[in-house]
Design a protein around this ligand. Structure first.
Ligand code: RIB
Ligand code: CA
Length: 326
């Protein structure tokens, strides 16, 4: 991690965010757009929380809210590598971005499939200069790695929200949603040899929103109002399910790790993906205590500084309302 932190010290880190917006994806994208440490080259869209036509529309809506109609948004895969798409309208609402009515976006998606954008960009830019931030099912990334195996060595790192160890699953007793939707894609990514940083439920379940934080955000302007409305909508599901105040802001943790990795802690361990288990398909099998001789293939984050994370989030999101993008 030292290398990663030093690398961020003096130049913006080029990133591509692969996403299935979703309210928490939206907050992650806005955080990236508000952070000078990051140079967001584009969004690649995948089916997940809701079908692809809606995740694509939601991504365009988010870009226009941030006044970034120039940002390339590429539509990607509309179903997992194997089996049918599993969505989560019961969590995110029918639109996938319920909580506030926003104008229908006028900006258009960029031409070209998301997988082509990933392959072409990674081949064009210097090796090791681009980080992939994956905050949805891993179908686009796995398809790109399948089509162009050479790009796995060109990626600086993959920072992904997904999986779980001691928190087990949030969509089945064994599996977290992003991995559950496309276990074959996840298995391909974890076997790719790319440097992987995992923000699992063990960490993101500690990124709980609070009424105070949401109320403060609501006052900053259109971006803050949208974020507060999204989190208020999103909270109802987790509060009913887990019986606690607040909701976990999963996806912003992946972006925040790139900005302030010192807010997080974890170990390099072996992570395998169960693709066949009758009850465990989609499980991340984490060898936290190194009881096997399987090689470490991921930095698995298990803890975070919640207050530090929300200080970062609220100050950066407020900046989008104070000095909107050009
Ligand atoms: O399990 C949480 C993950 O699934 C988040 O990325 C959320 O947006 C959904 O995609
Ligand atoms: Ca997501």
């Amino acid at each position: 991690r030292g290398a990663a932190s030093k690398g961020f010290a003096n130049m913006a880190q080029k990133i591509i965010i692969d996403t299935d917006p979703g309210q928490d994806d939206a907050v992650a994208i806005l955080l990236a757009l508000a952070s000078p440490e990051l140079d967001l080259l584009g969004l690649t869209i995948v089916a997940g929380n809701v079908p692809l036509d809606r995740t694509l529309q939601n991504a365009l809506t988010i870009c226009e809210l941030a006044r970034r109609p120039d940002l390339p948004v590429h539509a990607g895969c509309d179903r997992p590598l194997r089996g049918a798409l599993v969505t989560a309208e019961h969590v995110h609402g029918a639109s996938g971005l319920d909580g506030i009515e926003l104008p229908v976006p006028r900006m258009l998606p960029a031409p070209g499939h998301a997988v082509d954008f990933l392959v072409e960009t990674l081949r064009r830019e210097p090796a090791g200069s681009i980080t992939l931030v994956a905050i949805g099912p891993l179908t686009n990334l796995a398809t790109a790695f399948e089509r162009a195996p050479d790009i796995a060595a060109r990626v600086a790192r993959i920072v992904l929200m997904g999986g779980a160890w001691s928190e087990l699953g949030n969509v089945t007793p064994a599996a977290e949603f992003n991995i559950h939707v496309d276990p074959e894609a996840a298995a391909r990514i974890f076997a790719s040899g790319a440097e992987i940083v995992v923000l699992p439920l063990d960490a993101t379940h500690k990124a709980l929103t609070s009424r105070d934080c949401t109320a403060t955000m609501r006052e900053t302007g259109p971006v803050g109002r949208a974020v507060a409305s999204w989190t208020s909508f999103y909270e109802r599901f987790d509060q009913a399910k887990y019986g606690r105040e607040g909701a976990p802001l999963h996806d912003p943790c992946a972006v925040a790790w790139l900005i302030q990795p010192e807010l997080f802690s974890g170990h390099r361990v072996n992570v395998e993906i169960e693709t066949e288990g009758r009850f465990t398909r989609g499980m991340t099998v984490v060898d936290w205590w190194a009881v096997t001789d399987r090689p470490s293939n991921a930095l698995f984050i298990r803890d975070l500084d919640r207050d530090g994370l929300f200080r970062l989030l609220s100050t950066r999101l407020a900046s989008l309302d104070r000095n909107p993008a050009p």
